[in-house]
Write a protein that binds this ligand. Structure first.
Ligand code: ADP
Ligand code: ADP
Length: 230
């Protein structure tokens, strides 16, 4: 029961850009993985394959054992039930409160209605937002919005949380708070894959580091370093 498996994976965009050029990787249950590398190296493409935002042009991507290339569009929500996604820009629905944003993610997977309220309150408490549950995104700080998005990502008990530059828009204090949340989620058994440019975080909270350059994995180390100057 490998969480992510890629064999000989290429991603070639319609404009001819070869974003990934033969990726082989395995991510096991419970791992915490940083994905690092220069801008344009292929990090987002690598991550998008994991939640079936993109399909591989060659090779095989298995997510929880499911070959994502074979998944029909209408079945994508089924694949994503087991995945929580956190974005740099939060992507909360602006007209919904924190509570409603998180509940919406439960409704999307048709969770039992009578369990929703308690579960939504529970995850918002876990991220430290019990007193802000009725605020809308524009009434929340960036750090608070990212905590709502983490609550949304974990509400359905995913086996995998994918975060694409989750601290990219946050100041250092809020960035560390988000990292402690992601570590706690990982400590509870959820696999975390996180693309980041945050050197200090990677070099402090040591985890597996996968470095991508020009569409290839050039380094893959347990307890690795960030390895770039930026
Ligand atoms: P990173 O996340 O490391 O910055 P990306 O995966 O976003 O890298 O991009 C890798 C390469 O693919 C870059 O050259 C980028 O311009 C290109 N690219 C990314 N998305 C698209 C797209 N939708 N269409 C065409 N080219 C793309
Ligand atoms: P689109 O296909 O239009 O890009 P999606 O249906 O993928 O949109 O997602 C709709 C909204 O739900 C987006 O704002 C996205 O950020 C969010 N979302 C989708 N999947 C997940 C997930 N597994 N966890 C958390 N948020 C998600």
């Amino acid at each position: 029961d490998v969480v992510i498996e890629m064999h000989g994976v290429w991603k070639v965009y319609p404009n001819g850009v070869e974003a990934l050029r033969g990726i082989d990787v395995r991510v096991e249950p419970g791992e915490f993985v940083y994905v690092v590398g220069p801008s344009g190296a292929g990090k987002s493409s690598f991550i998008k394959l994991m939640y079936r935002e993109e399909k591989p042009d060659h090779g095989v991507v298995l997510v929880n054992g499911v070959n994502v290339k074979r998944v029909r569009d209408w079945k994508i929500p089924h694949v994503r039930r087991k995945i929580g996604i956190v974005f740099q820009d939060y992507k909360l629905l602006p007209n919904m409160t924190a509570f409603e944003n998180v509940k919406f993610a439960m409704e999307a997977v048709e969770a039992p209605k009578r369990k929703m309220k308690a579960r939504v309150e529970e995850v918002l408490e876990l991220v430290g937002l019990s007193d802000r549950i009725h605020a809308k995104p524009n009434q929340l700080s960036g750090g608070e919005q990212q905590r709502v998005s983490i609550a949304r990502a974990i509400v359905n008990n995913p086996s995998l949380v994918i975060a694409d530059e989750p601290t990219g828009n946050l100041d250092p204090e809020n960035s560390w708070d988000i990292m402690y949340l992601l570590e706690e989620i990982n400590n509870r058994g959820t696999t975390v894959v996180m693309a980041t440019h945050n050197k200090e975080i990677v070099n402090t909270l040591r985890q597996r580091v996968i470095a991508i350059e020009q569409g290839l994995i050039v380094r893959d180390e347990l307890g690795g370093e960030y390895g770039y100057e930026d």
